[in-house]
Write a protein that binds this ligand. Structure first.
Ligand code: UDP
Ligand code: MG
Length: 136
């Protein structure tokens, strides 16, 4: 049984900078995901560090935080059946070179770090990540 879920999507600086917001939104909308909330923001490196703190022990952590805070991003709440897994499927693998045909990262990703989009990896993290950016 599939259930309606919400997940967090971020269009990262490399994609915002290349004016890919509408193209990427179209992919979500044409795959039965609704955009329930969205805002364009420019976060600080400290905020990025807080958001990505699960990766704090990784060698790429500092660069990752610098990158996410390097320019405007679009944060969105996506909603639909199996939204968490569906969004991950539409995004494709972390490394655009390994991503499947027609996935967002295959179409638009530049490299493993500039890979155009973020998506929550579990329902639990989706709740935490939505709450991080959208406090009601
Ligand atoms: N990342 C990186 N180098 C790596 C692995 C990951 O720069 O070797 C970055 C990349 O932007 C990725 C983010 O760190 O999207 C978070 O990594 P994760 O493994 O959670 O990948 P994702 O869930 O985004 O596919
Ligand atoms: Mg992840």
């Amino acid at each position: 049984m599939s259930k309606t879920e919400q997940t967090l999507s971020i269009i990262k600086p490399d994609a915002v900078e290349r004016n890919l917001i509408d193209e990427i939104k179209k992919i979500f909308l044409s795959n039965n995901l609704e955009i329930k909330d969205s805002k364009k923001i420019h976060i600080t490196k400290d905020e990025a560090a807080e958001f990505y703190k699960v990766h704090q022990s990784k060698p790429f952590y500092s660069d990752l935080c610098a990158y996410l805070s390097s320019g405007p991003i679009l944060v969105m709440v996506l909603e639909g059946k199996n939204a968490v897994a569906l969004n991950r499927e539409l995004m494709g693998a972390t490394d655009p070179k390994a991503a499947g045909e027609n996935t967002i990262r295959k179409l638009y990703g530049i490299s493993i770090d500039k890979n155009s989009v973020h998506g929550s990896d579990s329902l639990d993290n989706a709740k935490k990540e939505i709450n991080f950016f959208f406090q009601n």
